[in-house]
Ligand binder design. Structure first.
Ligand SMILES: [Zn+2]
Length: 428
């Protein structure tokens, strides 16, 4: 018996399909042939700041244990599934499939996988590495999906990972409104959160497990363990048939896309963690977006909380010049706009004390003195005395924000971003 790793990417488009569905159908058809699929298939999210990314920028991989004589069957089944389901007629859909027979994943493949999550990788680099490690590649059209397919095969998911259970719709329902009982989702969330997460936006009550695209996904439940997502799935009442259910092990919700950086070292198309001081009070720009400038001693950069982030925006608005913060977010570069960090998370490390000036009081009568104008001192109207060197009193002002960590609401969260609840519940 031997292990064969299969990777697939870039089969979907904005109009439909989902690479996870292609994977699930391929796995089901292999299992029907008696092929053993080892462990959970992997769902790997790639760099969210990648230009020309597909919708969710995810690739999938799974491993089968087969006899050498079964290998041609496995390959044919997978390729056939991709051929029949991928959105081939859409120009930007360029599937790639990788087959890799190996007991161990070499280090260069692991570090390549990390690179595809944090940086931009060109197709040539993926092809060269596939040749080097001896992976078999299949390109459809331009075959750009090869980049992610190889990354999914190589991703070890060894530091942190989560699970996602995906329930798929019957074909005749694709594109129609999704029908699940909302109260069952509320109950499911109450019984399984935080072992499952992002079921609801707890701020607005909005259900987050159903996508809003025409893809075959009915719902996806994210969680810390296969048991947690399966339990949650049993609690959700779907009012349409579920064709297929698959549990993936994934790098979603792990912050793997973030890299510590200094402002001077920021590179385009990446996501960074920066620490520094607020260099200017936040300003609200047309559209309701809130921007402040961060200074870390190596340079300055604008940080933005966009309008849909709602309450998170209010936290950002409460910052003041001099506050020490840590920010996480994607680097946005657009012509005519200064480079901006699109905030995902904000930690307020230190708040500067704020004061408001108050006129000093008269040492004789205790009444508030009147200012004589700029640097001309103060005088008491009642006693008729002048105090040329009196200084205003500084009254501490209560800050509107507190130290701590804050995140954008689930509706604005990147698939890769680690929800704060995962950091708080470390015991899981
Ligand atoms: Zn007085």
């Amino acid at each position: 018996m031997m292990e064969l790793h299969v990777g697939v990417d870039d089969t979907d488009s904005k109009r439909g399909m989902c690479t996870t569905y292609v994977g699930a159908v391929a796995i089901r058809s292999l299992q029907e042939e008696g092929v053993e699929v080892k462990g959970y298939p992997k769902l790997i999210r790639l760099n969210p700041m990648w230009p020309h990314k597909t919708r969710g920028n995810c690739a999938i991989s799974f491993t089968v244990e087969v006899s050498p004589s079964q290998v041609p069957l496995v390959k044919e089944r997978v390729l056939e599934t991709v051929r029949s389901l991928a959105e081939m007629e859409v120009e930007t859909t360029n599937p790639g499939v990788v087959f890799y027979a190996s007991e161990k994943i070499p280090e260069e493949l692991k570090s390549y996988a990390k690179k595809t999550v944090q940086e931009v990788v060109e197709l040539e680099e993926a092809e060269a590495l596939a040749r080097e490690v001896g992976a078999e590649v299949h390109k459809f059209k331009m075959g750009r999906g090869l980049i992610g397919a190889l990354a999914a095969v190589g991703h070890p998911l060894e530091k942190d990972w989560t699970y996602e259970l995906i329930a798929y719709r019957s074909r005749e329902y694709w594109g129609k409104p999704r029908r699940i009982d909302p109260s069952s989702v509320l109950l499911m969330d109450r019984l399984t959160y935080p072992r499952t997460f992002d079921n609801l936006d707890h701020g607005t009550g909005e259900i987050r497990i159903t996508p809003h695209t025409p893809c075959p996904v009915l719902y996806g439940i994210r969680g810390e363990s296969p048991e947690a997502v399966l339990r949650a799935h049993e609690l959700v009442k779907a009012m349409e048939p579920v064709e297929l259910v698959m549990v993936y092990r994934t790098n979603q919700g792990t912050d793997e896309h973030l890299k510590k950086s200094t402002i001077s070292e920021i590179r385009p198309c990446t996501s960074v963690i920066l620490e520094g001081k607020v260099a200017s009070n936040p300003r609200t720009i047309p559209g309701g977006h809130v921007i402040f400038t961060l200074d870390d001693g190596t340079g300055t950069v604008d940080c933005a909380a966009y309008e849909p982030t709602r309450r998170f925006r209010e936290v950002v608005r409460g910052l003041r010049e001099g506050d020490r913060v840590r920010v996480c977010g994607g680097v946005r570069e657009e012509p005519g706009i200064p480079r901006t960090i699109n905030l995902e998370k904000l930690s307020i490390l230190e708040l500067v004390p704020l004061f408001r000036k108050k006129n000093p009081s008269c040492p004789r009568c205790g009444k508030s003195l009147k200012s004589e104008g700029r640097s001309k001192g103060y005088s008491c109207k009642k006693c008729g005395l002048h105090f040329p060197s009196a200084k205003p009193k500084l009254i501490p002002v209560e800050r509107k924000v507190e130290r701590g960590s804050f995140e954008v609401p689930p509706r604005c969260r990147r698939h890769l971003a680690k929800p704060l609840v995962r950091e708080i519940h470390r015991e899981y």
